[in-house]
Design a protein around this ligand. Sequence first.
Ligand SMILES: Cc1cc2nc3c(=O)[nH]c(=O)nc-3n(C[C@H](O)[C@H](O)[C@H](O)COP(=O)(O)O)c2cc1C
Length: 202
Amino acid sequence: MLTTKEAIERRRSIRKFKAKPIPEDYITELLNAARLAPSGCNAQPWRFKIVEKPDIKAKLAQAAYDQAFIATAPIVIVCCADIQGYLDGTVSGAQDLGKIAAIEDRIVTILEHKAERLKTVERDELGPRIAANVAIAIEHIVLRALDFGLGSCWIRLIDEQRVREMFEWDDSIYVVALLPLGYPAESPEARKRLQLRDILID
Ligand SMILES: Cc1cc2nc3c(=O)[nH]c(=O)nc-3n(C[C@H](O)[C@H](O)[C@H](O)COP(=O)(O)O)c2cc1C
């Protein structure tokens, strides 16, 4: 098992995969890692679809502007936000946090008002906003996958509507990213990163 530091440092975006299948219990572990992610008001808006069928993976690759490598992964996880689930979960989650005094009553009230205002926001604006929560869960999957020797690559360059229509999901689902996953068939060098001094604002 890797330490968190090792996982963070060793992770690479993997775009070449072995054909070797992924054991089902690994997938369960990855979804558990996602489930444990933090989220605003503990609303937990992440939803996942595991795709193994070659024809569906090929369609996903097409919907990602023909990033063909996606279809070569044994599994593609379609990572989504449940917009309605988020709206409902924000209010109940804030109230639950208030009951256990994790947050002040004053903050619960602010969050309830915020949730009320969110209901008036257009779906196309809400999806990307809620996506921040889903992104944390996705990165949990990405990092935990390294414990099983698995690699993945975030895919955000997607035609969101096309992916949603493929599965006949209504517009309460916002597709955040695809995550092709498998045993790496490449060992890329670390990509360039900004220096510490470059990421601090005066
Ligand atoms: C939000 C997000 C979207 C990304 N979308 C794509 C994508 O559509 N296609 C792709 O090949 N890589 C994609 N990447 C991978 C990045 O290119 C990669 O993380 C970056 O080049 C740094 O390389 P590394 O992940 O190996 O450190 C994405 C990464 C993130 C975090």
